[in-house]
Write a protein that binds this ligand. Structure first.
Ligand code: BTN
Length: 238
């Protein structure tokens, strides 16, 4: 709780044994961190479900921010970097836009949402991390839980580290966005790879060469240079 309350702008901390979704709850409160031991209907990106057995970190940050809506992807990227820093000991890397990988497998996902319009948005960043929970067999080739690489890993310690890094990065945002983005790129697992990015049926295929100042992925192919602002990214050069 203490680490959560040190995040700039955070005034309240909610701790649940179980909740439907910390993101759903976080949208109803302001300037808060919401943590739950488990979720009965955890949400993933693109309308998916997020497995939320006891043993993982399920948290959401709800902040009233006076930033244009176009800046929200930056907050998402920043949050991915916070998780990546928190998992530095495990050699974590970031897959665009916001999956965190350990040993090439997904260990954490981020779902950011916003309520409101124009300048006065409430930003909700939901972070799920597999810590001591078991990854379902069907996902074992793509997903990992931290206890598989560190049998002593503790849920509260991972939560505390993420809060500390969110504090550090949010204190530097937006002034030091340039530096934040540079660090994000150094930890990126995506830049330099052949990718296929799909968003609602549309596909962009090519080489991921950069992430631009507002967090869009730059993909180069025979047809030229394209920028994708969101979507699902697959690596095609395995
Ligand atoms: C993804 O699809 O990769 C994003 C997963 C985000 C899951 C987290 S768990 C805490 C928060 N509450 C939710 O319902 N979802 C996010």
């Amino acid at each position: 709780a203490l680490a959560a309350l040190k995040i700039p702008g955070v005034e309240r901390y909610y701790h649940f044994d179980e909740v439907d979704s910390t993101n759903r709850f976080a949208k109803e409160v302001s300037n808060a961190v919401v943590f739950s031991e488990s979720q009965s209907s955890g949400r993933g990106r693109l309308g998916r479900r997020w497995e939320s057995e006891r043993g993982g970190v399920y948290m959401s940050l709800s902040l009233n921010m006076t930033i244009p809506v176009s800046e929200i992807p930056k907050v998402t990227l920043l949050s991915g970097l916070a998780v990546c820093r928190a998992l530095e000991d495990y050699g974590a890397r970031i897959k665009w836009p916001n999956d965190v990988l350990v040993g090439g497998k997904k260990v954490s996902g981020i779902l950011s949402e916003f309520v409101g319009e124009e300048m006065a948005a409430k930003v909700v960043v939901g972070i799920g991390v597999n810590v001591r929970n078991r990854v379902p067999d069907a996902l074992r080739d793509r997903a990992i839980s931290l206890h598989e690489v560190d049998e002593n890993v503790r849920i509260t310690e991972i939560f505390t580290r993420i809060c500390e890094q969110l504090s550090n990065l949010l204190s530097a945002f937006p002034q030091k966005w340039g530096e934040i983005l540079e660090e994000w790129k150094r930890l990126s697992d995506t830049i330099g790879r052949e990718v296929r990015v799909s968003l609602y049926g549309e596909e962009v295929v090519g080489k991921a060469v950069d992430v631009d100042a507002d967090g869009g992925l730059i993909v180069v192919s025979g047809e030229g240079r394209r920028k994708v602002i969101s979507g699902e990214c697959f690596y095609t050069n395995y």
